[in-house]
Design a protein around this ligand. Sequence first.
Ligand code: SAM
Length: 216
Amino acid sequence: MLEDNYKQRGLRNKLVKKLREKGIKDEAVLAAIGKVPRHVFFDEALLNHAYEDKAFPIGEGQTISQPFTVAFQTEKLEIKSGDKVLEIGTGSGYQACILLELGATLYTIEYNRKLYETVRTFLPQMGYKPFFLHGDGSKGIPAKAPFDKIIVTAGAPVVPAALTDQLAEGGILVIPVGDREKQLMLRIRKKNGKLVREEFDYFAFVPLLGEQGWKG
Ligand code: SAM
């Protein structure tokens, strides 16, 4: 369902308005949310909910993140056109489209093979072409490091050292860290080789699995 009509564009404009009211200020991020169709990631039965500010199931026990969460994490990444970005947890591919709209050169890695197979076919049909990888993103992608920006879209038990190691000087990692129920959003900046940490609000993500994530 790749059709995008005036009704869906209208609903997207309302969503952008809501995100602005909730405190998202970066106009480039809001414009990207206003541009990327979200309904195309939804099953027929859930289509009417595509522009609600909520997370929804995408199969395989996984979710498409809430638009506010996508906007919040993206804003904190301070994406500049040409930034080399790593996304951990491709999921539906929606967040990847937003990062590409902002001009990122994107590497996106997904642990679940079925989601990976689906998204690497679907996103190019929409015109979005990141580098797709299948595997354990909790270890980063050493062969492609360093990255200007790293975004983790699953809840981690700790900040994986592999990810801070793979940040470029001046780079930013945005990652939710906590227990399985709720996680604190962290922004970690590499400044003169040192890690500077900021804390934001609590969010609820599905768990980051893998070597430096949750076990099972
Ligand atoms: N960014 C996604 C979107 O826009 O739809 C939302 C991602 S969903 C909340 C979290 C994703 O992280 C799931 O698809 C899950 O399979 C994936 N994941 C969990 N652990 C992972 C790991 N170690 N490496 C890569 N992906 C992982």
